[in-house]
Design a protein around this ligand. Structure first.
Ligand code: FES
Length: 77
């Protein structure tokens, strides 16, 4: 959790989820990864590349992959 406690209390549940950091090495937020995934990205590494970074430690990749898959499933083919 990288949000200030006062900010955290003001946010609604959905806003908190989208403000969450997915990748601490690159400071990527969930909303950023989801937005890129909706733009046609099909894997987490491509999403990182489009966001101008690349995985460092790799701890986030499973969750980032899940986000990309969720958003890809929502976009009509
Ligand atoms: S947390 Fe994403 S590469 Fe380290």
């Amino acid at each position: 959790m990288l949000l200030h406690p006062a900010t955290f209390r003001r946010l609604k549940r959905k806003e908190i989820r989208h403000a969450m950091i997915v990748c601490s090495c690159n400071a990527l937020r969930e909303a950023q990864v989801r937005e890129i995934a909706r733009g046609g990205v099909r894997c987490e590494r491509e999403a990182y590349q489009r966001l101008g970074c690349r995985p460092q430690c790799g701890q986030c990749l499973t969750y980032a992959r899940q986000l990309v898959q969720e958003e890809s499933a929502r976009v009509p083919a």
